[in-house]
Design a protein around this ligand. Structure first.
Ligand code: MLT
Length: 270
């Protein structure tokens, strides 16, 4: 880990996080996608810490955070975000979530909207799983329980990265494969279930009153640019940026463009 890892205990469970940068101003909290951890944001933390307080934490069960005893659900993960903010004494933050991190952010803003100053939704969506997607998740759980994580990690990276990134971004691809293999089977299977059970948030997007930046990789096959465009149409104060040369992991695949859009947005929202 490039940055110092901190720990805080919530109801007896450890939450592992990074807290870097300049105090003052509204902090920016990063929420990772599935099945990754806070280390996926290292590049963004590095670039932003000069001018902002930047925080990234591990969702329960991932990275070095304890799984806790509550059933995994996106609603629970959103509650956890506020418990974490309480614990680090952060009243209000700008939330940046990638994919599952975005699902969490969209649930969080429904729970305590006054505590979110702005949202950045990266490679994410408001749609629930289709019946086929739910079935695929159940098949994946069965396969992981039987065979472990190796095949799952290999299959996942093919869908996560654009074809060009798969061929050229070998360090990032290995990092993600390693991250998946280093995650517990329980966390992955319990969260696959939580993802399959999540509710849609599209019908609530019109309620979002804060500035929103939507980012999507041009070649994202999991949460496509079409889906991002739909969210942009439904969220009043939103802007959409499509990232070239990137699939589902736009912050890792094209950090230059990703960071540029992020910085421009942060300048705008103060
Ligand atoms: C993620 O990156 O968080 C996942 O692709 C989300 C999902 O599987 O729906």
């Amino acid at each position: 880990m490039k940055f110092e890892e901190k720990q805080i205990y919530i109801n007896g469970n450890e939450v592992s996080y990074i807290d870097e940068g300049k105090p003052g101003g509204t902090p920016l909290i990063f929420i990772h996608g599935f099945p990754f951890n806070k280390s996926m944001w290292e590049n963004q933390i590095d670039v932003l810490k000069e001018n902002h307080r930047v925080i990234a934490y591990d969702v329960r069960g991932f990275g070095n955070s304890d799984p806790g005893t509550e059933e995994n659900s996106i609603l629970q993960f959103a509650k956890d975000l506020f418990l974490f903010m309480d614990a680090i004494q952060c009243d209000k933050a700008i939330i940046c979530g990638l994919s599952m991190g975005g699902y969490i952010a969209l649930n969080a803003i429904l729970q305590q909207r006054a505590r979110i100053a702005a949202l950045i939704l990266c490679d994410s969506q408001c749609l629930p799983d289709s019946e086929q997607a739910k079935k695929n998740r159940m098949d994946t759980i069965a396969s992981i329980e039987k065979k472990g994580l190796t095949d799952y990690a290999g299959e996942s990276i093919k869908k996560l990265f654009s074809e060009t990134s798969l061929a050229t971004k070998t360090e990032e691809v290995s990092f993600i494969e390693y991250t998946i293999l280093d995650t517990s089977k329980e966390a992955i299977c319990n969260t696959l279930m939580a993802l399959a059970n999540r509710k849609e948030t599209c019908s609530t997007l019109y309620l979002i009153e804060v500035p929103v930046l939507i980012i999507v990789g041009k070649e994202d096959q999991i949460t496509t640019p079409e889906v991002a465009k739909k969210m942009h149409e439904l969220i009043p104060q939103s802007m959409l940026q499509v990232i070239d040369h990137a699939g589902h992991l736009s912050n890792l695949e094209n950090p230059e463009s990703f960071n540029l859009y992020l910085r421009t947005f942060l300048k705008r929202v103060g």
